[in-house]
Design a protein around this ligand. Structure first.
Ligand code: UD1
Ligand code: UDP
Length: 358
C-alpha cells in the first residue's frame, strides 16, 4: 500500500482532514503530522475527539511565533519526518503557515504535493495566507480546486496541469456532521438562545485584531444591536479583549456575549440557528452559505466570491455604517444552487491521487 503523509496544524485544517482521512484510508496508508500551530484543547484536541480524526503520528509542538520562526521550525521538523517516513505523496490543506511549510519541505525532497483548496486568491498580498497560497500552488504536483473560479485563476497564472475541480471538502464535512450536530449539540439551548434570535460574531484576522481603528469601527456597529451577539473569541484576540483599551469598547455593547472557542459540532449548530453571521473567517463565510444564513464579512475582499455573487454574503470591511445597515436589512431569501460540489470532494481527491501514483 502506498503511503500518504498528511500535514495539519490549524483549526480549519482539522475540519478539512476529517472527511479526507476517512476517504484516503480506504486506499492508502496515511501518516499524519500535526505541526502544533494550534495547541489549546479548544483549538485542536476537541476537533480530533468529536470528528473522529485519526490521532496524529507526530506532533511537532511548534506553537506560536513570528511567521519566519514558526514556519522555519515546522520546515525543519517536517523534513526530518519526511526523510524517515519516505512517503509517496504529501497532502496539505488551505493557506496557513503549516501549509507552506509542508509543501516546501516535501517539494525540495522531490515528493509530490497535493494541495487541497488550491487556486484561492484574495489579491491582497498583505495577507500572510495569500503568500502561502500562491507559493504552495506553484510547487504542488496536484491542485485540488473547490470551485470553477479557482481553476480559472490558476489557469491565468499558467497552472493548468494536474488541476482538478473537486468541490469543497468543507461541504463534505458539513454534510456529514450537520446531522451529528443536530443530535449532540445543546449549545443553542444552553446559551438560552432562540432560533433566528441572535447574531454569531467571529473576528481573528490580524488586519482586524491588530488595528484599533478597525476594531473601534466594527464594535461601534454592534452597540445598538438588540439581540444577543455570541462571540467565540479566537486566542489571537483574547489578550487584546482583556486590555484596558478594549474593556471600555466592549462594555458599551450590552448584547455582546464573549465565549471561549467552541468545537465544530457546537459551531455549526450556532451557525445554523443564527439570524446573521458577522465574520472575517474564510471557512465561516462558506458555512453560512451552505446553511443559507446571511453573512456579513468584515473584510475588504473575499476569496469566496461565489458566496457574494450568489447574494448570501456582503463585504462591508470595517465600515460602521455598512455593518449597521447590513445587520438591519441584509436579508437574502432566495434558494441558490451550491457551487461547492456535491459533498464528495474527499472521494474525488483520493481518486485523483490514486491515478497519479499508479
Ligand atoms: C492561523 C492562520 C490563519 C487561519 C487561522 C485559523 C497563518 C499565517 N494563519 O491564524 O490563516 O485563518 O489560523 O484559526 O497560518 N494561540 C493560542 N493558542 C492556540 C493557537 C494560537 O493562544 O492554540 C494564539 C497565540 O497567541 C498566537 C495567536 O493565537 O500567537 C495566533 O496564532 P497563529 O497560529 O500564529 O495564527 P492564527 O491567527 O491562529
Ligand atoms: N470554528 C469552530 N469553532 C470556533 C470558531 C470556528 O469550530 O470557535 C470552525 C468554523 O466552523 C470553521 C473553521 O473553524 O469550520 C474556520 O476556522 P477559522 O475561522 O479559525 O479559520 P479560517 O477559515 O478563517 O482560515
Amino acid at each position: 500500500m502506498k503511503k500518504i503523509l498528511t500535514i495539519l496544524g490549524a483549526r480549519p485544517q482539522f475540519i478539512k482532514a476529517a472527511p479526507f482521512s476517512q476517504a484516503v484510508r480506504n486506499h492508502f496508508q496515511e501518516v499524519i503530522i500535526h505541526t502544533g500551530q494550534h495547541y489549546d484543547d479548544n483549538m485542536s484536541r476537541i476537533f480530533f475527539d468529536e470528528m473522529g480524526i485519526p490521532k496524529p503520528d507526530y506532533n511537532l509542538n511548534v506553537r506560536s511565533g513570528t511567521h519566519g520562526k514558526q514556519t522555519a521550525q515546522m520546515l525543519k521538523g517536517i523534513e526530518e519526518i519526511l526523510l524517515k517516513e519516505k512517503p509517496d505523496y504529501v497532502v496539505v490543506f488551505g493557506d496557513t503557515n503549516s501549509t507552506i511549510a509542508g509543501a516546501l519541505a516535501a517539494a525540495k525532497l522531490h515528493i509530490p504535493v497535493g494541495h487541497i483548496e488550491a487556486g484561492l486568491r484574495s489579491f491582497n498580498r498583505k495577507m500572510p495566507e495569500e503568500i502561502n497560497r500562491i507559493t504552495t500552488d506553484v510547487i504542488s504536483a496536484q491542485l485540488f480546486c473547490p470551485t470553477a473560479n479557482a481553476v480559472s485563476l490558476l489557469a491565468k497564472e499558467g497552472i493548468k496541469n494536474e488541476v482538478y475541480l473537486c468541490g469543497d471538502i468543507m461541504y463534505d464535512a458539513m454534510q456529514h456532521f450537520l446531522p451529528v450536530s443536530k443530535e449532540r449539540s445543546k449549545i443553542v439551548c444552553e446559551l438560552g438562545l432562540n432560533t433566528g434570535g441572535y447574531i454569531l460574531f467571529t473576528m481573528h484576522r490580524p488586519e482586524n485584531t491588530d488595528n484599533i481603528n478597525r476594531i473601534r469601527n466594527i464594535f461601534k456597529a454592534l452597540k445598538n444591536v438588540d439581540i444577543p451577539i455570541i462571540y467565540p473569541v479566537h486566542p489571537r484576540m483574547r489578550a487584546r479583549l482583556e486590555s484596558h483599551e478594549m474593556e471600555s469598547i466592549v462594555s458599551n455593547i450590552p448584547m455582546l456575549r464573549v465565549i471561549d472557542p467552541i468545537g465544530y459540532l457546537d459551531m455549526i449548530a450556532l451557525e445554523k440557528n443564527a439570524n446573521k453571521i458577522i465574520t472575517d473567517s474564510g471557512g465561516m463565510q462558506k458555512e453560512a452559505f451552505f446553511l443559507q444564513v446571511p453573512c456579513i464579512t468584515i473584510r475588504n475582499e473575499s476569496e469566496w466570491i461565489e458566496t457574494v455573487d450568489l447574494g448570501y454574503n456582503i463585504i462591508v470591511g470595517a465600515d460602521t455604517d455598512k455593518i449597521v445597515e447590513a445587520i438591519q436589512s441584509f436579508d437574502p431569501v432566495h434558494e441558490v444552487e451550491c457551487p461547492y460540489g456535491s459533498g464528495d470532494s474527499a472521494e474525488l481527491i483520493t481518486k485523483a491521487i490514486l491515478s497519479y501514483l499508479n
